[in-house]
Write a protein that binds this ligand. Structure first.
Ligand code: UDP
Ligand code: MG
Length: 330
């Protein structure tokens, strides 16, 4: 019993910021805020709800202003136009003050009542808890591509989760400070966090079908998701040392090309010296291959150097490591 009360004391001392991206979700907002308050109230010492209007063209902002004026815990941010979900989340996380950050979709598909289950995993020592829509209530043309996507992400990044793109995620504030998301990289928060040594886990959560409004993502998401997967794989493996990738390819091609050219030159020399009669080298396919490989190799090497220049001048010293804990006094 002792340990349980100690545990609950510790959990109650944590503060929470809920960050919600809102794009044309007018009819869901009131219920969302009610459900959120009921879901998180008893598990944390204090909480705030940040609604980020991502350039809605319906009355979402008006609703947010109303909610913010009558609920002290609710605040709103309105972006100048539609910048995308990742941008909206970033804007919210930037002003969030909680020890923990809960992100969830505004459309009521994610269930705020799952919060205690997610928090439980944080208390067990994890830094990121990702939701998993085990029984997903979306049309088949979203469900199946998503299965393929999750499999591929696991394969390429080494972080195997069932549902990388789940809108419901709980993580420590440090994660939000260290992981930069832009474009549509919000679905890679667990992958990016994992690559910095944060401990990531998942919890099966309740999923509901959309009641109001419409889905903002269609089939295009699948293709874009694959392209983003390439980006993230590169970012997390060679992002800080691009020359190791480009340079390896470049050196490989360059060496092959130069070897080919040396071989051809020797043949030419032998023919000129009359050591043996060989065919002229001018129309040999090997010549074209060698020249192409030499040029390609040189290109990749110099691209790699350019990439290194960019990294060298844009890397902050704190980007290159991530501290779990320290015994130093603050
Ligand atoms: N969203 C956003 N900006 C956008 C597109 C979506 O803030 O450009 C929000 C949207 O309001 C919702 C969440 O991102 O809260 C997920 O969007 P949606 O429900 O359309 O995605 P789905 O559940 O269909 O994958
Ligand atoms: Mg949705």
């Amino acid at each position: 019993m002792m340990s349980i009360s100690a545990e609950s004391n510790r959990s109650n001392s944590q503060t929470l910021s809920v960050v919600v991206p809102v794009y044309n979700e007018r009819d869901s907002l009131v219920q969302l805020v009610n459900e959120l308050q009921a879901g998180v109230r008893s598990s944390v010492s204090s909480y705030e709800i940040i609604l980020v209007d991502d350039g809605s063209t319906d009355d979402s902002w008006k609703k947010i202003e109303e909610l913010a004026s009558c609920e002290a815990v609710v605040s709103g941010i309105r972006l100048r136009r539609n910048f995308g979900k990742a941008a909206a989340l970033t804007a919210g996380m930037k002003v969030a003050t909680g020890d923990l950050i809960l992100m969830l979709d505004a459309d009521l598909q994610d269930d705020p009542a799952e919060f205690p289950a997610l928090l439980h995993r944080i208390q067990a020592g994890y830094d990121v808890v990702n939701g998993w829509k085990q029984r997903r209530l979306d049309p088949w043309h979203k469900v199946y591509p998503s299965k393929v996507f999750n499999g591929l992400v696991g394969l390429m990044t080494g972080l195997r989760l069932h549902d990388h793109n789940c809108g419901l995620k709980l993580f420590r504030a440090e994660v939000a400070q260290e992981v930069q998301i832009y474009g549509e990289l919000h679905r890679f928060i667990p992958v990016l966090a994992h690559s910095r040594g944060f401990r990531v886990t998942e919890v099966a959560v309740n999923h509901r079908s959309r009641q109001h409004g419409y889905s903002k993502y269609g089939m295009r998401r699948f293709l874009r998701g694959l392209l983003d997967l390439l980006t993230v794989t590169f970012l997390t493996s060679f992002g800080r040392r691009p020359q190791h990738a480009l340079g390896t390819i470049g050196l490989g091609f360059f060496t092959l090309g130069v070897l080919g050219l040396i071989y051809l030159s020797l043949l030419w020399l032998a023919m000129r010296l009359g050591i043996f009669t060989a065919y002229p080298i001018g129309n040999r396919p090997l010549l074209a291959y060698s020249v192409a490989a030499t040029l390609l190799g040189g290109q990749a090497l110099s691209l790699g150097l350019l990439a290194e220049l960019i990294v060298a001048y844009t890397t902050r010293s704190t980007d290159s490591y991530s501290i779990r804990e320290t015994t130093r006094k603050a």
